[in-house]
Design a protein around this ligand. Structure first.
Ligand code: GLA
Length: 407
């Protein structure tokens, strides 16, 4: 496993070594449970969205990166049409027929895994029974898309094991992402917009993914902060975060109402420079503010890409700050913990900071000069203690690679 071909002392890349170790661990658990080796181990990453929040279900633009934290799945085909699921983290396991998977069934974490073969079969891919053992290493409830990581790890496993041929090219990966989104929307019944699954399947190392949710097209935008003496810091507030509850769906409905009242298919069709003329045509203040967030946020994604391409990180910081203000004041999806993390990071030297993901808890991110990383982390930790909030988890991330086979 990853030894130098000559047996000499050529160093093994630590990331490759860690991935091989993680794969061996979940494979060992599979052997314990099933008395046989898995046919392979696959993994998919969590994501951090740099900017472009709640734009995906408005046919807009967003800009996620894949993060190094991944969910692994050890898998083996079965000869019948049953699906067994076990997890190193969750006590609850599952044993169900593939034909028992449906809208809203099964419930709990198994929906995200079982929904994938169901969604692939609905797209006429020939997928049979499976034994799956999961090691979820993307922090849960942190707004880093642990559920999409699970779906996408199962999806690449299915593609390889049932020779669907969808992993090898971007068109196939886009189809896997759509299937994973169906799994989440229909089986797990979370009305999310598809960004997370595209990130987990289509991001590349050292790049952010500019995703156009109107037509599914993408561009890889160089994103290598360490090369510029900077770090992307994730601050997981550990405040509650649940997408299945009503707030996310309520935001979607407001956006749909705004588009309907403006006579457009989606808020993507409203150019930022026509906003002043469009907003007075909406008849309540809340709908106006929801629409203003989406339209201005889509423009901020374009501006961030321009700034990144010019290595203008000061401008990126300003756009992060404006995005956070828009989510706090217009879209109203921030919370006290997120605001405190963002303000503290800025006060101690971050170039810019914003909440990321669905909101109502979860994580914030900050662009921080490398030599301020310890100071910012300490300041955020202290501010949380002072406010009597749960201790946050702060860690730097780099743009990592997409779902893949690991062993
Ligand atoms: C969650 C959803 C995504 C997206 C973000 C907000 O992560 O899963 O589809 O809507 O919230 O940008």
């Amino acid at each position: 496993m990853n030894e130098s071909p000559t047996g000499a002392d050529a160093a093994v890349d630590p990331e490759t070594a860690a991935a091989a170790q993680a794969a061996a661990l979940v494979a060992a658990r599979f052997r314990e449970l099933h008395g046989a080796d898995p046919e392979g181990v696959w993994s998919a990453p969590g994501r951090v969205n740099l900017i472009g929040e709640h734009t995906d279900y408005n046919a807009g633009l967003c800009l996620p990166i894949a993060i190094p934290q991944r969910t692994l799945v050890a898998a083996r085909r079965r000869t019948d049409r049953r699906l067994t699921l076990a997890s190193l983290q969750e006590p609850r396991g599952y044993d169900l027929g593939l034909d028992d998977v449906a809208a809203g069934a099964p419930q709990g974490w198994g929906a995200y895994a079982a929904g994938v073969p169901w969604a692939l079969a609905r797209r006429r891919h020939d997928v049979g029974g499976l034994d799956l053992v999961v090691d979820g290493r993307v922090p849960l409830g942190a707004g880093l898309s642990s559920s999409a990581a699970l779906e996408c790890a199962v999806a690449v496993a299915c593609s390889d094991l049932f020779t669907l041929g969808l992993v090898e090219h971007d068109t196939g990966r886009a189809e896997l992402a759509s299937a994973c989104r169906d799994a989440e929307n229909v089986v797990a019944q979370a009305p999310t917009g598809g960004m997370d699954q595209s990130a987990a399947l289509r991001c590349t190392p050292a790049h952010a993914l500019l995703l156009d949710c109107r037509d599914g097209s993408t561009q890889q935008v160089p994103f290598d902060l360490p090369a510029h003496g900077l770090v992307l810091l994730v601050m997981d507030t550990r405040a509650r975060h649940a997408l299945v509850d009503g707030q996310y769906a309520a935001r979607r409905q407001s956006c749909e109402r705004a588009a309907h009242d403006l006579g457009v298919r989606s808020l993507r069709e409203v150019p930022a420079d026509s906003l002043d003329r469009a907003l007075p045509r909406l008849d309540d203040d809340v709908t106006r503010r929801r629409a203003r967030h989406v339209v201005t946020e889509i423009q901020r994604v374009r501006d961030t890409v321009t700034a990144l391409r010019a290595d203008d990180f000061a401008a990126v910081g300003v756009l992060f700050d404006e995005s956070h203000a828009s989510m706090r004041d217009d879209f109203e999806i921030s919370c006290a913990e997120l605001d405190l993390a963002v303000e503290t990071a800025r006060r101690h030297g971050a170039l810019g900071s914003r909440m990321t993901g669905g909101g109502f808890g979860g994580s914030a991110i900050a662009v921080v000069p490398a030599d301020r990383l310890a100071v910012v982390t300490e300041a955020v930790t202290e501010a949380f203690a002072h406010a009597d909030f749960r201790a946050p988890q702060c860690f730097p991330v780099q743009a990592a690679g997409p779902a893949r086979r690991d062993g």
